[in-house]
Design a protein around this ligand. Structure first.
Ligand code: C5P
Length: 204
């Protein structure tokens, strides 16, 4: 029986998801992008659902809908994520996932602080706002993206502001998290740093 939880938190577009997926693949662990849970609830609410009912009734199918990655879905997610009963409805699912057999990597905002305070490895992945917004904008097509760079930068900053300043589970590094600033790191280097942090903690 092997339980091993890697908690990865940080602001929008810092590289959490990329690092989490790479660690999970290399270590043969399951990965949960917890932002998707809030994005799915936000999308259901945009269609008229009650936020708490949507969170309580969330299904696997809700997480695979195609429209969850957009800037507006991120915005909707961060609004419902500030509601304590929405967060409460999603706790058990995340904790069960974290303790699954074979180990798990979870990325989000409150994994190391609230969901898995006993995680074996905690990383706080960050980068300056310009860099994060530029990555988002390039992902969305750069000059061909639906929103200009300035709009993406504004939305990234507004979302961080809301996530850091909400009373329930605000975005912040756990006291024992390793801070990984990816502003000047390639993806390969960022993953290498993260792998080293895991190797230091993982039983051979
Ligand atoms: O990580 P992602 O950009 O998909 O997250 C979307 C939003 O969901 C975040 O801005 C945040 O408000 C919320 N979220 C959260 N807690 C998590 C993951 C995401 O509050 N663990």
């Amino acid at each position: 029986m092997m339980h091993f939880t890697i908690a990865i938190d940080g602001p929008a577009a810092a590289g959490k998801g990329t690092i989490a997926r790479a660690l999970a693949a290399r270590l043969g662990m399951a990965h949960l992008d917890t932002g998707l849970l809030y994005r799915a609830v936000g999308a259901l609410v945009a269609e008229g659902a009650d936020p708490v009912a949507a969170a309580q009734g969330l299904s696997e199918g809700d997480l695979t809908r195609g429209d969850l990655r957009s800037l507006s879905a991120g915005e909707a997610a961060s609004r419902v994520a500030a509601m304590p009963p929405v967060r409460a409805a999603l706790v058990d699912f995340q904790r069960r996932f974290a303790r699954r057999e074979g180990g798990a990597v979870l990325d989000g905002r409150d994994i190391g602080t609230v969901i898995c305070p006993d995680a074996e490895v905690k990383l706080f992945v960050t980068a300056d706002a310009e860099t994060r917004a530029r990555r988002r904008w390039l992902e969305a097509g750069g000059e061909a993206a639906p929103e200009p760079f300035a709009t993406v930068l504004h939305q990234v900053c507004a979302r961080d502001e809301r996530d850091m300043n909400r009373p329930d589970a605000p975005l912040r590094p756990a006291d024992d998290a390793l801070i990984l600033d990816t502003t000047r790191l390639s993806i390969e280097d960022a993953v290498a740093h993260a792998m080293r942090a895991v190797s230091d903690r993982k039983p051979k």
